[in-house]
Write a protein of this length. Structure first.
Length: 70
């Protein structure tokens, strides 16, 4: 029984590394969700009829989106 406790303690660093990796993955996921929301805004603006479109806002969104990939 005590052997199990000892091996769990020895693996504590592994748990810390796994938690750090999961936290990094969560941050990456959050960043991807923000990018997806921005892209959705662009597509939404492009799909609006020309009369209802805010051309200034569309240009602003597209410039920001293009700037992120330059």
């Amino acid at each position: 029984m005590f052997g199990r406790v000892k091996s769990r303690r020895a693996g504590g660093g592994d748990l810390e590394a796994r938690v750090a990796a999961l936290e990094a993955a969560v941050q990456e996921n959050r960043a991807l969700n923000v990018r997806l929301a921005e892209l959705t805004d662009v597509v939404t603006e492009l799909l609006l009829p020309v009369a209802a479109r805010d051309e200034e806002r569309l240009e602003e969104i597209l410039a920001k989106y293009r700037g992120d990939f330059s």
